[in-house]
Design a protein around this ligand. Structure first.
Ligand code: AMP
Length: 114
């Protein structure tokens, strides 16, 4: 989508601190980190949220989960523990309407989320 921030990052039209990418996904550091490690994993294809995903996206969604584990290992937080978060829609406080998985770690987390 032309007016989508994360589509622009996926197309290289906006800068990002990329930590991993392949033909389907990009992982880059969050500009406003909420933990010592805070990476976002996005599909290159525009999908608004999980609510917009279709059965054809099953492999892509699985690849996002595997990429989260890969990023955690790469960032040195696989053993200490990490959290993956996907905010979907208004009440979950999704602010960018392009599906993204947060990977957070490097500090002790709280539960439940606020
Ligand atoms: P959410 O609130 O789940 O939609 O998360 C959106 C995330 O995107 C927030 O944590 C923002 O800090 C982050 N963000 C917004 N713009 C950028 C950007 N240009 N580069 C990296 N992260 C961004």
């Amino acid at each position: 989508m032309t007016d989508c921030l994360f589509c622009k990052i996926a197309l290289g039209e906006l800068p990002a601190d990329i930590v991993f990418q392949n033909e389907d996904l990009i992982a880059f550091r969050d500009v406003n980190p909420q933990a010592p490690v805070h990476v976002l994993i996005i599909p290159r294809e525009h999908i608004g949220s999980f609510a917009d995903a279709a059965s054809e996206h099953q492999g892509l969604l699985g690849a996002m989960c595997l990429a989260a584990a890969r990023v955690a290992a790469q960032e040195g937080i696989a053993d200490s523990g990490f959290r993956t978060v996907v905010n979907n829609g208004e009440q979950a406080l999704q602010s960018v309407r392009h599906l993204h998985m947060h990977v957070l770690g490097g500090r002790r987390m709280g539960w439940p989320p606020g």
